[in-house]
Ligand binder design. Structure first.
Ligand code: HEM
Length: 222
């Protein structure tokens, strides 16, 4: 007998978005940041983009809290916005709000998150998954590198510190179980996967625009 059991959604997402993850991970801005070839101002520009992205994600979470499926994924333990605001205040001073702007790609990304948070729980979960599971995976490594590179203790890199998630692996496993248990028909699962791909593309575009906007001082080209 052939096993027709469909792959759990979490495994399917991981399999179908592997290449998109590699593109985001390998985007020039992120690689050069991790190689220590980016300035503190470049890093601040990234934190600023996070502000706009998480403002959309977390106001979306407030709207989605009443949705029976999306609510299963939403928890204050993940909330990043206060940490990002504290980082920006530390990095730029009290007038930080007047000193940051969203790149076009960031604005498009935030608009998409806002749209799905109004109308489509599965789409919202796709964006929620892509950011927070990423933050609890590669993000933890990125945070350690940033701290070392710019000499931060906690201030300046609070975004990467999840005080309320003691065991990220356990948290991610539980999150993946929620994905697997979500009562979505196959076509909805496909739409969710497509939206995760879309979220990865937005992240890659943000990195590309950051690279364009911030010429990589000190990098040997060619
Ligand atoms: C240099 C940058 C990055 C590195 C080094 C990195 C590294 C990793 C690693 C090692 C994992 C596997 C962790 C595990 O199995 O638990 C992972 C998972 C993940 N990453 Fe990244 N990543 C990077 C960038 C990104 C970006 C930009 C995004 C999207 C915003 C992202 C989203 C994810 C997601 C959603 C997962 C979880 C996949 C799953 O298990 O379902 N990552 N990353």
């Amino acid at each position: 007998m052939t096993d027709t059991t469909p792959l759990p959604l979490s495994a399917l997402i991981r399999e179908r978005t592997k290449d998109a993850h590699s593109s985001s991970e390998g985007a020039g801005f992120m690689s050069s940041l991790l190689r220590g070839e980016r300035s503190r101002d470049d890093y601040i520009a990234l934190v600023a983009q996070h502000f706009f992205i998480y403002a959309a994600l977390e106001s979306g979470a407030d709207r989605m809290r009443e949705d029976p499926i999306a609510a299963r994924f939403i928890t204050n333990r993940l909330t990043r916005l206060p940490a990002i605001e504290a980082d920006l205040e530390f990095l730029l001073g009290p007038d930080w709000r007047d000193r940051i702007t969203a790149l076009d790609a960031t604005a498009r990304y935030a608009t998409r998150i806002e749209q799905v948070a109004e109308t489509w729980p599965g789409g919202f979960v796709a964006h929620h998954y892509t950011r927070y599971l990423g933050d609890l995976s590669g993000g933890l490594h990125i945070g350690r590198v940033i701290k070392r590179q710019f000499g931060f203790d906690t201030n300046g890199a609070r975004f990467y510190v999840f005080d309320d998630v003691a065991d990220p692996t356990e948290f991610k496993n539980a999150y993946r179980e929620q994905l697997d248990d979500a009562p979505w028909a196959e076509d909805e699962r496909e739409r969710v996967i497509a939206e995760v791909l879309c979220a990865y593309r937005f992240n890659t575009e943000v990195f590309e625009q950051l690279a364009e906007a911030h010429s990589p001082g000190g990098v040997v080209v060619g």
